[in-house]
Design a protein around this ligand. Structure first.
Ligand code: PEP
Length: 247
């Protein structure tokens, strides 16, 4: 399957940052065509402008979260329909920062994924263990349970993407060994195939957590790693482009 590289800008980026996006677009359109699908999930304030610019250069866009409802009295929230209306194709749900900062549960994440699918978006469903859970030998059990409860049954007939992001690797410069990544992605693939059959074999499994130009190539070569979810290194066009070129 064609790999997918997604940038997660988190709560970073003002209007001036669209220059960085324009630089990426220009690198992508003047260089060799990328061997992967490229998407950026900017803050919602930049989504519509980025989606318009991205349409010209083949860069897709996504939101970083959505509400379970389509609209209504939910001050400060944003719905999947609004993200789609602004031009998004994807939405990240269940990022560990939202699970930690906003107490999001697997069940809520699953319902957000369903809302995303109903709006025509592809949800990028995040799972990942804490350092304490890994140290306790619980990583596969914890991530497997998150997968079971966060991925909706609708994945049997709709496109979803899973991102394995060990919490302790996010923004820390630390990553699991290639062997550990391969083991986790293999375990996730087995569970997806068990639940969804052939369809489970075709679900993209992204790795996220301190992916950088220096380690992207080797991570992206690991079995069952079908792309990356990139935080910090997606903010600068040259770094993100280097990761894209690692595919
Ligand atoms: C992320 O937050 O999704 C992420 C992978 O962050 P970073 O690349 O900065 O570790």
């Amino acid at each position: 399957m064609t790999p997918l590289i997604v940038g997660n800008w988190k709560m970073n980026g003002l209007g001036a940052s669209l220059g960085e996006f324009a630089d990426l677009a220009s690198l992508l359109t003047t260089g060799e065509p990328p061997r992967c699908i490229v998407a950026i999930c900017p803050p919602a304030t930049l989504l519509s402008q980025m989606a318009d610019q991205g349409a010209l250069s083949g860069i897709l866009t996504g939101g970083q979260d959505c509400h379970v409802a389509q609209n209504g009295a939910h001050t400060g929230d944003i719905s999947a329909a609004m993200l789609a209306d602004a031009g998004a194709q994807f939405v990240i749900v269940g990022h560990s920062e939202r699970r930690a900062d906003h107490g999001e549960t697997d069940d809520l994440v699953r319902r957000k994924a369903v809302a995303a699918l109903a709006a025509g978006l592809t949800p990028i469903i995040c799972v990942g263990e804490t350092e304490a859970e890994r140290d306790a030998g619980q990583a596969e059990a914890v991530v497997g349970a998150q997968l079971a409860a966060s991925v909706p049954d609708e994945a049997a007939s709709h496109e979803v993407v899973i991102a394995y992001e060990p919490v302790w690797a996010i923004g820390t410069g630390r990553t699991p060994t290639n062997e550990e990544i391969g083991q986790m992605h293999g375990a996730l693939r087995a569970r997806l195939v068990e639940r969804f059959g052939d369809r489970g074999a075709a679900i993209r499994l992204l790795y996220g957590g301190s992916m950088k130009p220096i380690n992207a190539r080797e991570i992206l070569m690991i079995d069952n790693v079908d792309g990356g979810l990139v935080g910090g290194a997606s903010l600068l066009a040259k770094d993100f482009y280097a990761i894209i070129c690692s595919v």
